[in-house]
Structure formats: C-alpha cells, structure tokens
Design a protein around this ligand. Structure first.
Ligand SMILES: [Zn+2]
Ligand SMILES: [Zn+2]
Length: 141
C-alpha cells in the first residue's frame, strides 16, 4: 500500500484567493488517500479469481477514478448539481476493460442521458483518460 498525497488546489480556489487581497493565513488543503497502485495498474480481470477479486478491485479502481476526476462529472463538470456519481466505462467493459483510462466520472443525470442516447460525451472523455492518469501519477512522485 502506497500512501499518496494530492494537493487539492483547484484553479477556482486560486482565483478566489487572488480576489482576497488580505489573507492572513493561506490554507492549503492536503488530501491524503491510499490506493493499491499495483491493483490499479493490473486490475485482475481474468480467470476464476476475477469473481472473488472483482468487488475489492473494482472498489479500489472506482475510488481512484473518482479521486482523479475530483469527484466531478466529466461531462457537465457539476452543472447538473446531481450529487450521485457513477463511474462509466468509456468503451465497453469487454473491449476497454476495467483500467482507469477506460473509466470516467459521470453524474447520474449525464450517465442516464448518455445511455438513453440523449447526449454525447465530450471529446476529452472519448480520447480517454490516459493523459490524466500520467499527470496524476506525476503529481504523486
Ligand atoms: Zn453531469
Ligand atoms: Zn455507463
């Protein structure tokens, strides 16, 4: 188990800080979370062990994806105000598998609309999340 640190300083927080000219104490939020990197890189999706390991591994990957996406819907970026978040397979689970670069965070509103064929996912999602993962891992190092 690796202990990972992530500096959660979003651009919106920074621009808010810029507006506050006098700021006696600058508070930086540091979130800590632990992920089993081996399981994220090699989610066990084959053989009989899959059945047993699926729940634990998919929970682990799910937590990672939500954390990476800042618990924000990657389609509407939170505009729907829907607090229920789903982890959506960009390509089907069969073709794309269960790795984080095939997963994205969608709120229930967008997720339902997408599966009903009412909306398209943004290009950034369709291109996949591989870049985000690389950037994310870069922060950790
Ligand atoms: Zn949404
Ligand atoms: Zn889905």
């Amino acid at each position: 188990m690796y202990q990972l640190m992530y500096l959660a300083v979003s651009s919106s927080i920074i621009s808010t800080l810029e507006k506050l000219v006098i700021l006696p104490v600058m508070k930086i939020i540091v979130e800590t979370a632990s992920f089993d990197i081996q399981k994220i890189k090699n989610p066990d999706i084959s053989g009989e062990e899959y059945q047993q390991g699926e729940q634990l591994d998919s929970w682990n990957v799910r937590e990672y994806v939500l954390f990476r996406d800042n618990h924000t819907c990657q389609c509407c970026k939170g505009k729907s105000k829907d607090k229920i978040l789903n982890v959506h397979h960009i390509k089907s689970r069969k073709t794309g598998g269960n790795s984080p670069d095939n997963l994205t965070t969608l709120c229930e509103t967008c997720h339902t609309k997408y599966h009903k064929g009412l909306i398209e996912l943004p290009e950034s999602i369709k291109r996949g999340q591989a870049f985000n993962d690389a950037a994310f891992m870069g922060i950790m190092r």
